[in-house]
Ligand binder design. Sequence first.
Ligand SMILES: *Cc1c(COP(=O)(O)O)cnc(C)c1O
Length: 474
Amino acid sequence: MKTVFEKSVKGRRCFEVSALDVEKYDFEAGALRSSLRLPELSEPEVVAHYTALSKRTFGVDDGFYPLGSCTMKYNPKLHEVIAALPGFRDAHPLARADKMQGSLAVIDTLSAYLAGITGMDAVTLQPCAGAHGEFTALLMVRAYHRARGDEKRVKVLIPDSAHGTNPASAAMAGFEVVTVKSDADGLVDLADLSLKAGEDTAALMLTNPNTLGKFEKHILKIAEIVHEAGALMYYDGANLNAVMGVVRPGDMGFDLVHLNLHKTFSAPHGGGGPGSGPVCCKAELAAFLPDPQVTRTERGFRFGRSDWSAGRVTAFYGNFGVYVKALAYIVTLGGKGLREAAVTAVLNANYLREKISYFYPVGEGRCMHEFVLSMRKLREETGVTAADVAKGLIDRGIHPPTMYFPLIVEDALMFEPTETASKETLDAAADALKEVIELAYTDPDALHSAPHTTPIRRPDEAGAARDPVVKEEL
Ligand SMILES: *Cc1c(COP(=O)(O)O)cnc(C)c1O
């Protein structure tokens, strides 16, 4: 497909600017560009170009998108309309607090709901992504220990099944990462944890259910070990979709948690955002939340300050539109509805897992909101890899599951169907996977060369992520 610049024809226009009917303003010399190259096209050409581009990708509105650890659920379109109401959309970030009472009320109300959902006492909405929330929370952990004169806590414990952002955030916040082993069931190895938790431990970072889709059933024991060592319990709540309205991190013994509003609370994501990764914490950590905090005073909402704050972590209000969508979602569903969403997400994952369980699931028994299959046996028997299977699914209208993650499973494919997939969608996905597996035994080359239905087939994935070409040199 040609770029919009290659399609450009000199002099072609979408519209004509009407004749000047105000006094001409002369900019000072040097303030104007000497040249600007823009594509020159008619309106139908522009519309056709971008419509064609939009059809060359696969988004959450195109169909089943079971990308594990990403919660690609359907996001109600009504929330987009609400977030775009002029009072929210047109507010200026520098407007005085007394002119922004509605927006500040959104922040205050959403914060209160998130505190309730997580079982925590105080909240910041500032962080703009899950990883940003992790980083913010770790700065708070450090500020907390330092304020107590406890300078020797330089290590953060992280299970080997953890999401890759956890060790990255810990390292960025200046901590040393210590890996905790998983046991045969894929849960935290308690003996290894006891061995490693000590007076140099700042925190344990854990996600529950973990990245294998398993619930850490010894969570209270884990919290006891960590707290006895004088360290804090940090909950990676990106996966709250599995448990919201059912159990609360605060009741499991956690001290801080980050959430991904753009996974669990109905903001579309992928393609780089916008996201929001609020941090919720227990009262004893509230003083270390980033500045400023919205506070309720007699004269309405104000921005409050704290002496101990770990600092500001974003400009202005953060990704405000995402807050509005999350609040709309929470208020629309209510407590019962949130619980039902979580329970249905778990049911859907178990249903799909059960239907394809002939195919090497990892671990025994029930899963939570996602599950992992290992393609190792398939690869050994047919030469078809997990990536080949994923590409084969693309040809059948399904976005690939997460591949080769978590790292502790060989040839992993991780499925997260979410609560918004219907039974028909799950049945069709199970059939598609079966078809691909059968094809692996009869015609493996058809899968080695898949996908056959997309504009490009096998890009260099590492190169595309590390060295993306996002601008055209003119
Ligand atoms: C998605 C995810 C993150 C990171 O969230 P981003 O918004 O992508 O930074 C962290 N932990 C877990 C378990 C996740 O699934």
